[in-house]
Design a protein around this ligand. Structure first.
Ligand SMILES: Nc1ncnc2c1ncn2[C@@H]1O[C@H](COP(=O)(O)OP(=O)(O)OP(=O)(O)O)[C@@H](O)[C@H]1O
Length: 288
């Protein structure tokens, strides 16, 4: 709950001299001593993370493109959640730099959906108040806030009564509330840590489709951790395959099937090729 509160209460601050990146740290320019390409949103350089004597990340570099959905897939315990938590600014790292368009995470609006929705939604608030909650930290008029909520409710095609409390809702409905709450701030970056793994198939399909719809309306840089390779490929613009520790990028595989993707997408040669290739890399890493 602590991490959640920190995230929900984080307001983008005006850039100050203390947090403004040094001259030259803009997309397409030299970031310190390394080049990064135009179109890059998040740059990770020289990241180290240790848990006690165990080195999880050692001088790790990664570029994440803007407005794309990246699925992270890799062996158990390779550090998928640790990576997104470090990028989202809720877990400290030992060394390195993570910048968003040259900005610090504290100057970036982010949305985060946790796997465990039961601990993520506020049980004492109605669904609608859960969704509205992060807006109290943004400088918007009441009319603007209402308009945001109305648009989200419309996008998600919500059929349930949002005046209900979480305990009156199914797990899938609670996770939908959690996803809507992460989107209401109009995030620059959206983090999804296994958001569907505890949900039934029907609800998973529904929420994947809603997410795709929102993403098509406005492509927001999204980082998804998934244990389901079909899901990882189905939703992704790129599948980031991680190795065993110390964690490296094993591959970064593009998948550019048109959206919205449907059940038919999973039967296309392109989908089967990307999935087959990803599985091969995964099995190679697991055997190491
Ligand atoms: N707070 C912590 N203290 C000590 N070790 C930790 C901590 N958090 C994670 N680890 C260790 O770091 C490694 C990576 O954990 P992480 O949860 O990031 O992996 P993951 O790839 O998301 O795992 P999974 O596939 O099981 O979801 C694991 O070995 C884990 O035990």
């Amino acid at each position: 709950m602590q991490a959640l509160n920190t995230l929900l209460q984080r307001q983008p601050q005006a850039a100050t001299d203390a947090v403004r990146p040094p001259r030259g740290q803009v997309a397409g320019m030299d970031l310190g001593h390394r080049w990064y390409a135009p179109g890059t949103h998040i740059t990770i350089r020289g990241l180290d993370k240790r848990f006690g004597a165990h080195t999880l990340y050692d001088n790790f570099d990664l570029d994440i493109p803007k407005g794309k959905l990246i699925s992270i897939f890799g062996p158990n315990g390779c550090g998928k959640s640790t990576l997104i938590n470090m990028i989202a600014g809720i877990l400290p790292y030992d060394r390195g730099q993570i910048l968003f368009d040259g900005k610090d995470v504290h100057d970036t609006r982010i949305g985060y959906v946790f796997q465990n929705y039961r601990e993520a939604v506020f049980p004492w608030m109605r669904a609608i108040d859960n969704i509205r909650y992060p807006l109290k930290y943004l400088k918007l008029s009441k009319g603007e806030k209402d308009a945001r909520i109305d648009k989200l409710v419309e996008s998600f095609d919500v059929k349930i009564d949002l005046n209900k409390y979480p305990y009156e809702m199914s797990g899938g409905q609670q996770q939908m509330v959690s996803i809507m709450r992460s989107l209401v701030v109009d995030p620059e970056v959206l983090f999804l840590d296994e958001p569907f793994s505890a949900l039934d198939y029907e609800m998973t399909q529904f929420l994947r489709d809603r997410l795709q719809k929102v993403f098509m309306e406005k492509p927001v840089t999204t980082i998804l951790v998934s244990h389901d390779l079909d899901e990882a490929v189905y939703l992704a613009d790129y599948v980031l395959l991680l190795s065993r520790n110390p964690t490296r990028v094993a591959d970064f595989v593009p998948f550019d099937a048109p959206r919205p993707r449907t059940a038919e997408t999973t039967l296309t040669p392109d989908f089967l090729r990307v999935k087959g290739h990803s599985l091969e890399i995964f099995q190679r890493e697991v055997r190491k």
